[in-house]
Design a protein around this ligand. Structure first.
Ligand code: APR
Ligand code: PHB
Length: 389
């Protein structure tokens, strides 16, 4: 098989890139190791930066997002019973879209299928070849049948556990990592959200987050030890702990209900450099991971896709290789700013096992500074709505 761009990974990165390329007549094939239902079964964050909203519009996949998503022009932060708001619109003129990543992925699959996109599911043994030549190719198996795709470029959109990052020679790859000493226990419940906006809560007992998917589907998280398992937490225990971590007036109106999904996610910051090797380009979780505080995972994958899409467009439309040769350096500049914000917000809002009372007082002082200082609020708001591409 021959295509212009072979894309490994049928998550949001790979699908968004494939659909954008399609809109400009550039062919691609997406190779996904799981089934579509498995991919759509993943529960992920649900806050889209303005850049990703624009990319979905450019890809022709934004109708349902605009119909069912919620525009948020601010967020709430709490410490103990104190609660304050950061107004994104006031400080940046921008807003965010609250719309589940699962729905983004669903819309992208629908668009690829409607336009006859080539997606191969349940692929195995994907191997990337000859990326340092102008005739790279990918080999893989489907149902025991050996396949090969000859292409001009390969996009490694196969997430943290994929093969693409590991294709870069070990002596070339520089990896940076920070593992956080806690996880997030997340619950999905068919209950109305406790508030119209998200609440990021710092409490002496640990972090909590009140989020939502729609008017009757809420998403809540509490910080938990990395040793915890979802089955260690009954619904009652979860709701009781969540109520202890958010302001009393919010806890008093929290509507609880049975969890329809319960999972624990570990938290890490991770970046690999470079994000390309010859004609192999890494996008999204294949190249970097952030703690979910601030929902920068999908949104940073989106900026990678934006840079790679425009670089490929430049190549095919003008023959210039400047964009493709400069992809890694350009993407990494924004990746590190997203890493910084996610680390900063995580450090501000979570209780660390070795944290002293002094450390906690410093967190509270920073939250009070953020509450009272316009410059601090503007800095946070600009990062939250999404730094420019
Ligand atoms: N071959 C083919 N597909 C693979 C392989 C492989 N060897 N390894 C992994 N995959 C697939 C996975 O099954 C997954 O569907 O690649 C896809 C990668 O998708 P994500 O992990 O979602 O990563 P990405 O598309 O970059 O999206 C980043 O999604 O998972 C969240 O937290 C993440 O918000 C971030 C966003
Ligand atoms: C979510 O709704 O799942 C969510 C929202 C914001 C975050 C993380 C997760 O920072």
């Amino acid at each position: 098989m021959k295509t212009q761009v072979a894309i490994i990974g049928g998550g949001p990165s790979g699908l968004l890139l494939s659909q954008l390329l399609h809109t400009r007549g550039i062919s691609s094939v997406v190779l996904e190791r799981k089934t579509k239902d498995y991919v759509l079964g993943r529960i992920r964050a649900g806050v889209l930066e303005r850049g990703l909203v624009s990319l979905m519009e450019e890809a022709g996949c934004a109708d349902r997002m605009h119909a069912e998503g919620f525009i948020h022009d601010g967020t709430l932060l709490s410490y103990g019973d104190e609660l304050f708001r950061v107004d994104f619109a006031e400080h940046t003129g921008a807003t965010v879209m609250v719309y589940g990543q699962t729905e983004v992925t669903r819309d992208l699959y629908a668009a690829r299928e409607a336009s006859g996109g080539q997606i191969e599911f349940e692929v195995e043994n994907v191997v990337i070849h000859d990326t340092k030549t102008d005739t790279p190719f990918v080999t893989y198996d489907v149902a025991g049948d050996a396949r090969r795709i000859d292409c001009d470029f390969i996009a490694g959109c196969d997430g943290f556990h994929g093969v693409s990052r590991k294709t870069l020679p070990e002596d070339v790859r520089q990896e940076y990592e920070k593992v956080y000493p806690f996880g997030w226990l997340g619950v999905l419940s068919e209950t109305p959200p406790v508030n119209d906006e998200l609440i990021y809560a710092n409490s002496p007992r640990g972090f909590a987050l009140c989020s939502m998917r729609n008017a009757n589907l809420s998403r809540y998280y509490i910080q938990c030890p990395t040793s915890d398992r979802p089955e260690d937490w009954s619904d009652d225990a979860f709701w009781a702990e969540l109520k202890r971590r958010i302001p009393a007036d919010q806890a008093a109106k929290l509507v609880t209900g049975p969890s329809i999904e319960k999972s624990i996610a570990p938290l890490r910051s991770f970046v690999t450099e470079p994000m390309q090797w010859g004609r192999l380009f890494l996008c999204g979780d294949a190249a970097h991971i952030v703690p979910p505080t601030g929902a920068k995972g999908l949104n940073t994958a989106a900026s990678d896709v934006h840079y790679l899409y425009n670089a490929l467009l430049e190549y095919y439309e003008t023959g210039s290789e400047a964009g493709v040769n400069g992809y890694s350096a350009k993407a990494l500049k924004r990746v590190w700013k997203a890493e910084r914000f996610s680390w900063w917000f995580s450090s501000l809002m979570h209780r660390y096992p070795d944290q002293t009372e002094f450390d906690y007082k410093i967190q509270v002082a920073e939250l009070e500074f953020l509450r009272s200082n316009r410059a601090a609020q503007q800095a946070m708001a600009e990062n939250y709505v999404g730094l420019p591409y």
